[in-house]
Design a protein around this ligand. Structure first.
Ligand SMILES: *[C@@H]1O[C@H](CO)[C@@H](O)[C@H](O)[C@H]1NC(C)=O
Ligand SMILES: *[C@@H]1O[C@H](CO)[C@@H](O)[C@H](O)[C@H]1NC(C)=O
Ligand SMILES: *[C@@H]1O[C@H](CO)[C@@H](O)[C@H](O)[C@H]1NC(C)=O
Ligand SMILES: *[C@@H]1O[C@H](CO)[C@@H](O)[C@H](O)[C@H]1NC(C)=O
Ligand SMILES: *[C@@H]1O[C@H](CO)[C@@H](O)[C@H](O)[C@H]1NC(C)=O
Length: 372
């Protein structure tokens, strides 16, 4: 592997001996064309691996990277932005590390040619949002590290083509809810890191919790998803929050349907602009969710009260029915008994008149009198 780098360095050495001007010319040519078989002077190379980490780079324009490199490390620099065509001629790239820079946005087409990329590291930058087309065409990507950024949403569509992705980190961002639909295309996902985000364990997270459970059922791994809101769930791991805690969400949707234009419509799925039909007028802003705890609390109480009232009403109805049945049975018993007694009496009155019944009735009377 070193064979690739050494000839270049020795050539460089010879050039220095002969003429610095020629070296400068060669360097400029190499920088412009990026075709000369060699290593950018500020980087270290090992075959198709290029390591330009920790070099205080602010731009990649003058670097003169070779096409054909497979591994490119650009971590620990001062890159704040990248031009759209930066990696245009690097379709052989398999590993790209841009961690620990100051990137606060990425052009939508930056990775468009990188069909061979298997690992992309964007850890510890300043990314607050990603264009939903950014990862298009990365069908070979297996690991994606987006940890320690400022992401507040993962837009549906962003992960759609990452069918090979097995490992994804979104840890240490500003996520408070996630769309289940955004993650469903990740058919190969095994490891998901979500820690260090301000999760709000309300109705907006319910579908995603179901998806997490499905991922776990499939044999996947998810690290701790600790709720920061509502207060009574603070510090709880969403995996341990029973699904029943979210039952009120369904009820809410029903309520919402029956009493249209209710008093707290903004609480309903405020952070799911893609699913909610655009009938609510202005698109709900996921960031402006300061009222979320109030929403959650307001919802908890009426539901439990309603449930208690319901229980009491049902118990009352059941008791009432049982009582009515008992009264009816008692009344029926009394009426039946009195009717039977009356009938018996009439029968006894009639029997002596008939004459032939005397023989039957007499022995009884005789027995009673003999006992007495
Ligand atoms: C160069 O790469 C080979 C394998 O890719 C590795 O074994 C070797 O240690 C590397 N050398 C240096 C100096 O990094
Ligand atoms: C990519 O290569 C093509 C020709 O192979 C060249 O015209 C173009 O300038 C190169 N782009 C970059 C960004 O190096
Ligand atoms: C993040 O990047 C900055 C600047 O590159 C660096 O100073 C800091 O130590 C990094 N933090 C972590 C946790 O890697
Ligand atoms: C992957 O890299 C090879 C060269 O190693 C190249 O021929 C091929 O076009 C690349 N595939 C894609 C999808 O870019
Ligand atoms: C909730 O109510 C709003 C309007 O008040 C309506 O647009 C929306 O479709 C309702 N959602 C459900 C789930 O019923």
């Amino acid at each position: 592997m070193r064979l690739f780098t050494r000839p270049y360095q020795s050539r460089q050495g010879r050039a220095t001996e002969s003429s610095p001007a020629l070296l400068w010319l060669l360097g400029a040519l190499a920088g412009q064309l990026g075709v000369v078989g060699g290593c950018p002077s500020v980087c270290t190379c090992n075959g198709t691996e290029v390591d330009c980490g920790g070099r205080d780079l602010v731009s990649l324009l003058a670097l003169g990277l070779l096409p054909g490199i497979r591994t490119l490390v650009l971590s620990n620099n001062r890159l704040a932005s990248l031009a759209p065509g930066t990696f245009a001629n690097h379709s052989a790239l398999e590993y790209l590390d841009l961690s620990n820079n100051y990137l606060d946005g990425l052009p939508a087409t930056l990775f468009r040619e990188l069909g061979n990329l298997t690992e992309l590291v964007l850890r510890n930058n300043s990314l607050t949002s990603l264009d939903r087309g950014l990862l298009r065409g990365l069908g070979q990507l297996r690991r994606l590290d987006l940890s320690l950024n400022g992401l507040s949403t993962v837009s549906p569509g962003l992960l759609d083509e990452l069918r090979s992705l097995t490992w994804l980190s979104l840890a240490g961002n500003r996520l408070h809810a996630l769309e289940r639909a955004a993650f469903e295309p990740l058919a190969s996902l095994q490891h998901l890191q979500l820690g260090g985000n301000p999760w709000e364990c309300d109705c907006n997270l319910r579908d995603f919790k179901h998806w997490i459970e499905w991922l776990l059922y499939r044999g996947g791994h998810v690290d701790a998803v600790e709720c920061t809101l509502p207060k009574d769930l603070r510090g709880r791991d969403i995996r341990s929050v029973p699904v029943e805690m979210f039952n009120y969400c369904l009820q809410l949707e029903d309520d919402n349907g029956s009493s249209r234009g209710g008093n707290t419509p903004p609480c309903n799925r405020a952070a799911s602009p893609s699913i909610t039909p655009p009938s609510e007028g202005p698109p709900p802003a996921p960031a402006a969710d300061a009222s979320a705890p109030d929403c959650v609390r307001q919802r908890y109480r009426p539901v439990s009260v309603r449930r208690a009232i319901g229980t009491v009403v049902i118990a009352g109805v059941v008791c009432g029915i049982v009582c009515i049945m008992m009264v009816a049975a008692a009344a029926y018993g009394c009426i039946y008994a009195s009717l039977m007694a009356k009938y018996q009496r009439e029968l006894k009155k009639r029997q002596p008149l008939m004459g032939d019944g005397e023989g039957d009735a007499d022995p009884e009377e005789k027995q009673i009198s003999s006992v007495a």
